[in-house]
Design a protein around this ligand. Structure first.
Ligand SMILES: [Zn+2]
Length: 202
């Protein structure tokens, strides 16, 4: 462990960075050393942006995507979007991936995670009530379950199919084409566009 040579304040910062996805001990060390090169003004602005995060951002009350506190997200607020289509994704990263395909003009529901079949989860913590409310609003005619094609994504698709089975909406999922085991966020936009265009019933 070389961390002990760093002053406490730097070690603490490294610990925070190590909580980020894809950042190991070495990566955290590099990030902290890079921050030491910043001017005090830049560091202050960075710290402020971080500390303001939770007071400025919250989940959109209509779809669960991140939005400015107190307002609907841009997609929910956009009257040009087709409100009869509801695309269910696991995370906001996946929403952005679908958006970047440029092939979808409906609305979204961000679940906020997925079911883990091994843990026998019940979907606690997911935006399931929000999903049912949206799907039963009368406005939505088709719900697209655009979840990952790995085990957890498939388990979540089965779970949601059950959850929405009594509602008068068409349930579809993107056509095959997403690599098995891959997270939707990693698929390229052309693949996502083609998969959405060729969606099938669940
Ligand atoms: Zn929204």
């Amino acid at each position: 462990m070389t961390d002990v040579y760093y002053p406490e304040a730097l070690r603490e910062l490294m610990e925070h960075f190590r909580h980020l996805p894809g950042v190991g001990r070495r990566g955290a060390e590099r990030l902290v050393n890079a921050l030491l090169e910043w001017s005090p003004e830049e560091s202050f602005a960075f710290g402020k942006a971080l500390s303001d995060l939770h007071s400025h951002i919250e989940k959109c009350p209509s779809c669960g995507a991140w939005t400015e506190r107190g307002s609907l997200c841009r997609i929910c607020a956009d009257p040009r979007r087709d409100a009869s289509l509801l695309c269910v994704v696991e995370t906001m990263t996946q929403l952005i991936a679908v958006e970047s395909s440029g092939k979808y003009n409906g609305k979204y529901l961000v679940l906020g995670g997925r079911i883990s079949p091994l843990d026998d989860e019940t979907g606690e913590g997911l935006n399931l009530r929000m999903l049912r409310e949206r799907a039963s609003s009368g406005e939505v005619t088709e719900v697209i379950l655009a979840l990952s094609s790995d085990v957890e994504g498939r388990a979540t698709t089965v779970f949601l199919t059950e959850l929405l089975s009594d509602l008068p909406v068409k349930l579809t999922r993107p056509a095959l084409g997403l690599p098995a085991g891959a997270n939707l966020s990693y698929a390229d936009s052309a693949t996502i566009g083609a998969a959405l265009a060729g969606r099938t019933g669940v």
